[in-house]
Design a protein around this ligand. Structure first.
Ligand SMILES: Nc1ncnc2c1ncn2[C@@H]1O[C@H](COP(=O)(O)OP(=O)(O)OP(=O)(O)O)[C@@H](O)[C@H]1O
Ligand SMILES: [Mg+2]
Length: 283
């Protein structure tokens, strides 16, 4: 869907590059996650990809053609939800959506979407009187209003309660199942695990890793199994490498001891994030 080569971007008034020579592709039909510390350049990358920041360096191809060669037709294809939800505060949710509908050739019926995100009852309330989570949900509905082929979601579940976050994640997965492609940023590692086929880590405008969460776990995790068992009233903990579990000692231990817990050495995305971004827990 997107092919990005040696992309750099410098804000007009800033000194250096905010994005500094990054390469990645977003495959059609995948959910591609962009992770990294605050200020790393995630939202800037999203803004470049949606043509809001045109003066970039490097090459960006969308569906095999230079992004720069697209005009209004590009916006028919995509749906965007920004980091900060935007709506007209004096207009109701319905009036807001009606306004945005007029910008597109093809649009969808908002009733099922508003019902799904739990805003139907409040559809005639002014957006300015919406709570933070309600504004985020309205923003998400707006991103879907033109039946897009690709969604850009900048921290979509940030500020949502667990039930609403789950509804939104289900909707994102359904969007993918129907053939949609998603670019998503989030600081919530469980969201990334549940949603993303591949993730990229960006630090100071540079890409440090791109792979599936599973491959990253294999790469950064320990290939080992830890067993805790009781022996003469004492709790004993032993770690076996994947090679060692093929040895008789491991099976004998399982059969003869009172095993209390077995853990694999698989790491979490949170630990990978800390390792890859090099951000210490106390600075
Ligand atoms: N309009 C702007 N003008 C100048 N610099 C900007 C502008 N917007 C962002 N920046 C700078 O670019 C860098 C990257 O910002 P960006 O918003 O892309 O980070 P992010 O990775 O999305 O962070 P967060 O996780 O906090 O949302 C930061 O140093 C920020 O100060
Ligand atoms: Mg951001």
């Amino acid at each position: 869907m997107f092919n990005v080569k040696n992309l750099s971007y410098q804000y007009p008034k800033s000194k250096g590059n905010t994005i500094d020579g990054i390469d990645f592709e977003i495959k059609e039909g995948e959910i591609f996650g962009f992770l990294g510390p605050s200020g790393a350049g995630k939202s800037t990358t999203q803004k470049v990809l949606i043509k809001l920041l045109p003066n970039y360096q490097g090459e960006i191809e969308y569906k095999g053609k230079s992004l720069a060669s697209y005009h209004d037709e590009f916006y028919e294809d995509i749906g965007v939800s920004f980091e900060m939800p935007i709506s007209f505060s004096k207009l109701t949710a319905m009036e807001n959506l009606a306004f945005f509908k007029k910008l597109y050739k093809n649009t969808v019926d908002v009733e099922p979407l508003l019902k799904r995100v739990g805003l139907w009852e409040d559809r005639n309330k002014k957006a300015g009187e919406y709570s933070k989570g309600m504004k985020i949900r309205l923003n998400f509905v707006r991103a879907l209003i033109n039946n897009p082929k690709m969604l850009f979601l900048d921290e979509p579940t940030n500020g949502l309660d667990p039930v609403n976050a789950r509804i939104m994640k289900d909707m994102v997965l359904e969007f993918k199942q129907q053939g949609g492609t998603v670019f998503l940023t989030s600081h919530i590692m469980s969201d990334i695990e549940q949603l993303c086929d591949r993730v990229a880590f960006i630090v100071d405008g540079k890409l440090k890793e791109i792979d599936s969460p599973r491959n990253l776990k294999l790469k950064y995790g320990k290939r080992s199994v830890k067993i805790e068992y009781k022996e003469a009233g004492n709790l004993i903990s032993k770690e076996f490498s994947m090679e060692e579990i093929k040895q008789p000692e491991f099976c004998q231990l399982l059969q003869s001891k009172e095993v209390e817990t077995i853990h694999s050495g698989e790491t979490t995305l949170e630990e990978i994030f800390i390792k890859v971004t090099g951000v210490g827990l106390n600075g």
